[in-house]
Design a protein around this ligand. Structure first.
Ligand SMILES: [Zn+2]
Ligand SMILES: [Zn+2]
Length: 108
């Protein structure tokens, strides 16, 4: 495991060049911290019976944002495996291994 240091672009936002989950999240009901949207969404569903998955809920729970730029279409999104994975599947019809491979081919 290498220690990850996010790059910060001219607008002061942190960008990652990996597909790991790097944002910080906090449950909107009990304030428990999570490092990935997938595990927080699972927790909110199970512990609070809350339907998550909307952009508004995501924004509410986001404590620290790290961004990711798609190597294929340059679209910016949150650096979280669930977010990147759904983008990779719906936009490019590839999985996370394919996305990881593309990042090696097209680093930024
Ligand atoms: Zn909670
Ligand atoms: Zn893309």
């Amino acid at each position: 495991m290498t220690i990850f240091i996010p790059q910060v672009d001219h607008s002061g936002r942190a960008f990652s060049s990996t597909i790991e989950s790097l944002c910080c999240w906090r449950c909107r009901f009990c304030s428990r911290p999570y490092t990935s949207w997938g595990s927080l969404a699972g927790h909110m569903r199970e512990a609070h019976g809350s339907n998550v998955g909307t952009k508004e809920v995501m924004r509410e729970c986001l404590v620290r944002a790290v961004h990711f730029r798609c190597p294929l279409c340059r679209q910016e999104m949150l650096c979280d495996r669930a977010v990147i994975s759904s983008h990779a599947h719906s936009k490019h019809m590839i999985g996370m291994p394919g996305m990881g491979f593309l990042l090696i081919l097209f680093p930024f």
